[in-house]
Design a protein around this ligand. Structure first.
Ligand SMILES: [Zn+2]
Length: 101
């Protein structure tokens, strides 16, 4: 968890986070699925950073969420992804062509 905390303070992440929020028009992407417009406050790693640090800055692995939705992706006690979190994970996978670097 220590590495993860440091990650969120890096300039690179803060810039990436801002770019993802802009991409998602500052709207929670989970609420959007249900036709609701909620301001996003958090950018979520679909594949958790702890499991896949290499996906830390990948656009396809990042979504904007409101705080309640972000809370519903993670199990507070076990720190594991919840069913909703896992569903996003099933839909997000690395693009097949991105193997050049
Ligand atoms: Zn939401």
């Amino acid at each position: 968890m220590k590495i993860v905390k440091a990650f969120y303070k890096t300039t690179r992440w803060l810039k990436k986070r801002e770019r993802i929020l802009r991409r998602d028009e500052y709207l929670c992407q989970e609420c959007k699925r249900f036709g609701k417009s909620t301001t996003a406050q958090t950018v979520h790693h679909i594949h958790p950073l702890e499991d896949h640090p290499e996906y830390g800055y990948e656009n396809w692995n990042l979504i904007s969420l409101c705080n309640p939705c972000h809370g519903s992706m993670h199990d507070r006690t076990t720190d594991e992804l919840t069913e909703i979190g896992k569903r996003w994970k099933e839909r997000a996978s690395p693009p097949l062509v991105e193997n050049s670097n």
